[in-house]
Design a protein around this ligand. Sequence first.
Ligand code: MN
Length: 130
Amino acid sequence: MGQEERRAGSGGIYVIQEHHAARLHWDLRLEMDGVLKSWAVPKEPPREKGVKRLCIQTEDHPLEYADFGEIPEGRYGAGIVKTWDRGTFRLEDRKPDKLVFDIRGEKLKGRYVLLRFKKAGEGNWLFFRT
Ligand code: MN
């Protein structure tokens, strides 16, 4: 990924972390606007078409979080964080309520959509392969 492409905001780091917190979940993180936009996915992220996962947008994280290992006891979100998948993504479309992007990871490959799920509340999105 060249500097020009990064600056254009057309893609960047893609990582999903398996987070063994009080409740196991997966943290999807995409490099956008100089930070990692983040979504918590309560079930394993979908590799196949036809599987839709509800996810909850969480706070932006600094880019260094892509390499994060473990959150210490006593801190919010304490628990082991494993890299579940990692690679790059290329943004195809970006609207306030819809992101379309091409994931180039080890586990997830292909075109994915994040769609804000309005009826369920502000922070709720659907994540699926298309
Ligand atoms: Mn988490």
